[in-house]
Design a protein around this ligand. Structure first.
Ligand SMILES: Nc1nc2c(ncn2[C@@H]2O[C@H](COP(=O)(O)OP(=O)(O)OP(=O)(O)O)[C@@H](O)[C@H]2O)c(=O)[nH]1
Ligand SMILES: [Mg+2]
Length: 420
């Protein structure tokens, strides 16, 4: 199938952050379109009727003819009437940033919950815009901005949309209950959750896969998660159990990536998924160290974390993709910041150590002597903690074992001297 030919448009307001046309282009590609050209207009404020200036829109109308453009993509959220007014002049389909992102989400949603969440966000987006759609340029033909999850076509009738919204909300509530039950079970098991959070494409899913494949890993289980060089490769929250260096387990979660101007409809509809972050004991904020807009993206993520969580959760800042700037496998940690390569597995164990210490506190080696009557304690330690110098004699077993400071009291009766 031929790709939709897209023209990107942005209005640059003075004093506002610069429009990232490269990112908008990546979003278009993720939605299956092809970027033909882009236009940025500098203005003091946006136009109520046409968003950009009238002259500019006419200029765009010419490009549409000259360059055979199918779709014009605006880097902002537009009102229904703005979309209709522009479409009348340019005679091409007009899509705004929100609709574009919703479209990518619709393409990517695989699970039932993901699909329902996307559909809810799409319906909420379309509700105030129904009158805005130019009937001559019917969106039912297909392409960017018209896809529903699972290739369903979006409903167009207002009353039916409202009914559908209620219906989806009810279905999501049921799924939320299931999620809550699972969460309660995890909390009862006292397995701490660590959420990997970050801008889209930072390498979160790659990191989760690297964490699962560490040297302390548990046998079997743990299916790899999908990681790919595209925006919003991940839509659903995935949880994986990983063994930390000291022997205790933790559950790491990988979730949907963040982006500038993440549509509020998405934040609301994905509440269930995103709120998983709330229950984390620790957040790993993963940042691509090569990102040209690192500061802006870091801030975007921090703001979204605060918005979603609404309480203080310790954050471990981790810079990823250091392999792109360093030839050698350097191990450095500065001011509590960790530098890793998820892809080439640099410093993954160091990161796990840092997580272990944050969650469980420090560890020390102790010399224990366990009598035969309590040999089960030895078996447990052998399976679950790092042990060395194991020696059996007639009365029992002596060994060196790495214990967390906060569990050492349990073994007090067996402890000889502490060994530094
Ligand atoms: N060079 C290099 N590439 C990496 C590294 N980590 C991840 N990548 C690449 O970056 C791209 C995105 O990785 P993902 O793990 O899918 O990123 P994500 O943060 O999960 O992205 P979304 O789910 O789309 O938000 C993939 O092509 C990865 O191979 C790294 O340490 N070094
Ligand atoms: Mg991902």
């Amino acid at each position: 199938m031929e790709k939709e030919r897209c023209l990107l448009v942005a209005v640059q307001l003075s004093g506002e952050e610069e429009n990232d046309m490269e990112e908008l282009g990546e979003l278009v590609e993720a939605a299956g379109g092809e970027v033909i050209s882009s236009v940025v207009q500098n203005r003091q404020s946006v136009d109520n009727r046409l968003y950009a200036g009238h002259g500019k829109i006419e200029e765009i109308a010419n490009y549409v003819k000259e360059l055979d453009i199918d779709t014009i993509i605006f880097n902002d959220e537009l009102s229904g009437s703005q979309i209709r007014n522009i479409e009348e002049i340019v005679e091409a389909k007009v899509i705004d940033r929100t609709n574009l992102i919703l479209d990518i989400f619709a393409k990517r949603a695989l699970t039932k919950e993901g699909q329902l969440q996307v559909e809810l966000a799409q319906l909420k987006y379309s509700l105030p815009r129904l009158i805005g759609v130019n009937k001559n340029l019917s969106r039912l033909g297909g392409g960017i901005g018209t896809r529903g999850p699972g290739e369903q076509k979006l409903e167009i009738d207002r009353r039916r949309i409202k009914e559908k919204i209620t219906d989806i909300q009810n279905q999501l509530e049921v799924l939320e209950k299931v999620r809550e039950t699972k969460r309660k079970k995890r909390m009862k098991d006292q397995v701490p959750i660590i959420s990997i959070v970050g801008y889209t494409n930072a390498g979160k899913s790659t990191l989760l896969n690297a964490l699962m494949d560490n040297e302390y890993k548990e046998e079997g289980e743990n299916k790899k998660v999908f990681a790919h060089d595209m925006l919003f490769a991940t839509l659903d929250t995935e949880l994986r159990r990983v063994r930390l260096p000291g022997g205790r387990s933790a559950v790491f979660s990988d979730t949907v990536g963040f982006i500038k101007k993440l549509p509020t409809q998405i934040v609301e509809a994905f509440k269930g998924t995103l709120e998983e972050i709330k229950y984390a004991e620790l957040i790993i904020h993963l940042i691509d160290i090569n990102d040209e807009n690192l500061m802006v993206h870091k801030e975007t993520t921090t703001e979204l974390i605060e918005k979603i969580i609404g309480r203080e959760i310790p954050v471990l800042t981790v810079y990823n993709k250091v392999d792109k700037i360093l030839d050698e496998k350097t191990s450095f940690l500065n001011n509590g910041i960790i530098y890793i390569s998820a892809k080439y597995k640099y410093n993954i164990n160091m990161l796990l150590e840092a997580v272990d210490t944050k969650i469980n506190g420090i560890k020390n080696f102790y010399d224990l002597k366990i009598p035969n009557e309590q040999i089960k304690t030895y078996y447990w330690l052998y399976e679950n903690r790092a042990t060395e110098n194991v020696e059996f004699d007639g009365d029992g077993v002596s060994l060196r074992v790495l214990l967390y400071e906060n569990e050492k009291d349990k073994y007090e009766n067996f402890i000889g001297e502490k060994d530094e």
